[in-house]
Each structure stands twice: as C-alpha cells, then as structure tokens.
Ligand binder design. Structure first.
Ligand code: PHE
Length: 475
C-alpha cells in the first residue's frame, strides 16, 4: 500500500485507514445527542434539508480545504498552514489560524473527555447490570431491574455529585486516549479506528433494527422527517450550520493534522465527500436508533446528557433485553467519543512534537496531561465549583460555569474565527495552482469550489460569529 511520506516518517497505511480515522474524528457525541434532537425540534425534514445543504455547500469545501492544507504542509496544523502560506508567497502569520485550531482542539478535548467519562461510567453500570442478569439466568431482563423509572435519572445526578467518580472516569478516558495517540499514527490511531469504527457501524445498525422492531419506529420517522418549513428562521439555519461544522470536525486542527498523513496518490475530493456522507448518515441513523426506543416508553426527545443518560436508560429499563441493548448502546457511544478524542489530542500532540522536538509519547503525555487538568476544572464546575464564573463580566457568559464558558468560547468564537480565516486563506490567499494540484478538481468543479470557499463559507461563518456574539440580533 502507498505509505508514509510525512517528515516524521508517519502516515496512514492506506486510503481506507485515513477515511476510517477521519470518519472516526467526525462521528462523535455531536452526531448522537445533538443532531437528532435539533432536527426533531426544528422542523424535522425541513431542518434535515437545511443541514444537508450546509454540509454540501460549506462543510465539504471546508473539509477539502483543511485536508489539502495538511497534505501540502505534511505537518501539524500550525506548520502546515505556514508551509502553504510560504509556498503561496503570503505572510506566514496566516499560521495563526492553524494555531487557533489547535487551541480549539485542546479546549474541546478538555470537556469532551469529561463527558466521555460519563459514558464510560454508564458502560460500567450497564455492563454490571447485564452480566448480573446473565449469571442470574435472565439475559432478557430490562436494564437496572432493581430500580424504577423514577429513580433511574438519579444515576446521572448522583454521578455529577460524586467528584471521585467524575474525576476517576475522566482520568480513565483521557488515559486511554493518550495511550493510543502515544503509540503513533499507524500503531495507535489507525489501529483504533480500524477496529472501533466498523464495530461502531455494526452496533448502530443492530440497535436501529432492534428499535425498529420493538419501538415506535413510525413515530420516530415522523418526528425526524415530517417537514415543517414554518420552523425555519435565521436562528435555526444558523444552528444547522454550526452543528454541521462541529459535526464534521471543521476548524479544530484535526482534519489538517490527519491530512498531513495522507499519501500523495489519494484523491482528496472524493475522500472529503465520503467523510461528509458518512458523518451525515450516522447523524440521521442515530435519530432512527434513539427515538423509536425513547418514544416506546412515551418519553420526550430531550437533548444532550438528559437524552442519553436519563431518557434512554428509562427506556432500556422496560424494553426486552434492555440490559444487553443498553450495554451495547453505551459501548457504541464510547467508541464514537474515543475516536473523536483521539483526533483532538493528535492535533495538539503533533504540534507539540514539531515545536519542541519531543518524542511522540512525551508530547502526547504532556499535552494530554495539561488538557486533562483543564478538564478537571470543567468536571468540578458541575459541583464544588459550580459558582465560579470565569467571564462573569461578559453578559454572554455571565451565567456560565467553567464547563459552559469553555464550551461557549470555543463554539461561539474560536471555531467560527478559525473557519472564517481558513476559508479566506484558501479562497483568496493560497496559490491557485497549489490548491488545484492538491485537490485535482476539474476546471468546472474548481470554480464551484472557489465560489463556495471564497464567498459562501466566509459570509455564512461570519454570520455564525455575529449571531453567536450578539444573540439579540436574532430577536
Ligand atoms: N465531530 C465531533 C462530534 O461530532 C467532535 C469533534 C470536533 C471532533 C472537532 C474532532 C474535532 O462529536
């Protein structure tokens, strides 16, 4: 297979390895607990159409741009942008947005790992539950049989109140992430992706089929797809675009970094399309997996932690073989979170390695350790530090604890600014021949791409930034 060409000697062993790793980066908690509810509550099919338009018109050109920067630069996000800037005869200061992306990746990982720790805790809870039922000769039992639908939600609130458990899970998750990244691109990241992603897809399909037979499939389809165009307004469209970019892992250095390990022979444009297609497909399938189960017990389509850690366990409680399906479900979410975290840490580690000359394991443990400590503050902001307001003077963050402040800074400022600069850089500053040589687009497709990345993307992302900073503009 076409192998490594990056200066560090690291690279994907095949095109598929890259696709699986990039899809692993893209498919994460965002697909599972945000997209389905956003779609259901904001116009169903109408939202899905807007979302798909955002993916095609802005997401794909952004993915292509980042992967091409990486492949041309053959380094971490910062140094790759600097290289493209140099080869284009423009200022090296453009490297700044590569640096912003890396900072964004570190910030996202700090709280992502905390949330993934909750997932890990539920893998443990459901695992103990299932094996208990199995050894008691009752594998078809519902989940958490000793509890009632009223007490099950306490699992989450109890976890949030328990610092030792919260931090323990965060340590464990971050430790696994660092260990994989420290092993390297082929032996760590690629190996994890080629095992975890196929397993993820199998579980996704199996649980969806289970839900289709035992749950309220028709109701879920109606909730997700019945188009209600009256729900579409500027704020919903803004949300769809923000979600599309986050979900495709745009503007957070991960795709540039992974692009740096792509072989010369790999065609970037079709690969970017596959990444976008897989990510969107998973988001939609996740809705078809989750809602039939949640609706089967008459619960609401809540979003975020409530959906995954409270509503679903209640549903698994009553459904046949719920303890097994519950375990498989949390394993699936864990796999999705892990492959995303790996990409986030790799973005930071690759930079630290390049910057300091450290070995990969050293870079992974040091950067992972620092991010872990920031994550500790995020975790503690759920209880003992819940009153800390880092940016209390700023009305936008006046009510936000540490977790929400970091989340908000990244989502509202860092990612949109990075995306904006990326699109301006590729659309206006980067050498056209260089972009053409990396993307290998036909003349016609090239003009479409240039229009999307040079005009549509910057305008749309600028609006995300504007409305994010001044929500009152949206009324
Ligand atoms: N795309 C991931 C998700 O949907 C999150 C992520 C963002 C991962 C940026 C890597 C980089 O959960």
């Amino acid at each position: 297979m076409a192998g490594a060409v990056a200066p560090g000697g690291e690279g994907w062993s095949s095109r598929w390895a890259f696709i699986l790793a990039a899809v692993g980066a893209a498919v994460g908690l965002g697909n599972i607990w945000r997209f389905p509810t956003l779609a259901g509550e904001n116009g169903g099919g109408a939202f899905v159409l807007v979302y798909i338009a955002c993916v095609i018109l802005i997401g794909l050109p952004m993915v292509l741009s980042e992967v091409l920067i990486g492949r041309h630069g053959r380094s971490d996000a910062y140094h790759s942008v600097v290289k493209v800037a140099e080869d284009s005869g423009v200022s090296k200061s453009w490297g700044l947005f590569g640096g912003f992306g890396i900072l964004g990746a570190a910030a996202i990982l700090s709280f992502y790992s905390v949330v993934a720790g909750w997932v890990l805790y539920y893998v443990g809870v459901m695992g103990a539950d299932f094996f208990g039922a199995l050894f008691a000769g009752n594998p078809m039992a519902g989940a958490l049989a000793a509890e009632t639908p009223e007490t099950i939600p306490n699992r989450m609130t109890d976890l949030f109140a328990n610092n030792t458990l919260l931090l323990g899970m965060h340590v464990l998750f971050m430790g696994v992430t660092i260990w994989i990244v420290a092993r390297g691109v082929t032996d760590g990241i690629e190996k994890a992706a080629t095992i975890l992603m196929p397993a993820f897809f199998v579980l996704l399909v199996l649980i969806t089929i289970y839900g289709a037979f035992t749950g309220e499939f028709a109701k879920a389809v109606a909730f997700l797809f019945t188009p209600d165009f009256s729900k579409l307004n500027a704020s919903v469209i803004n949300e769809a675009l923000g979600q599309a970019l986050f979900s495709m892992s745009v503007a957070s250095a991960a795709l540039i970094t992974y692009g740096g390990y792509v072989a010369r022979e790999t065609k970037l444009a079709p690969t970017a399309v596959m990444i976008g297609f897989a990510d969107t497909g998973v988001a939609i399938l996740a809705g078809l997996m989750i809602f039939p189960i949640v609706f089967a017990v008459g619960l609401d389509a809540a979003a975020g932690p409530t959906l995954v850690f409270q509503s679903l366990p209640i549903a698994f409680h009553t459904m046949p073989a719920g303890s097994l399906v519950g375990l498989l479900f949390f394993v699936l979410v864990f796999f999705a979170a892990l492959t995303s975290s790996i990409s986030l840490l790799e973005a930071v580690t690759a930079w630290a390695k390049e910057k300091t000359g450290w070995s990969r394991p050293m870079a992974a443990w040091v950067t992972g350790g620092v991010i872990f400590l920031v994550g500790v503050a995020c975790a503690l902001s759920l209880n003992i530090w819940s009153d800390v307001r880092l940016l209390g003077f700023w009305p936008l963050f006046a009510e936000a604890n540490i977790f929400d402040t970091i989340d908000g800074l990244v989502g509202k400022i860092l990612l949109p600014v990075t995306a904006l600069l990326t699109s301006i850089f590729i659309g206006w500053k980067a050498d056209k021949k260089l972009v053409q040589a990396e993307t290998e687009l036909s003349a016609g497709m090239m003009s479409v791409y240039r229009f999307l990345i040079g005009w549509l993307a910057p305008i749309a992302v600028f609006l995300i930034l504007l409305f994010g900073l001044f929500p009152s503009l949206l009324g």
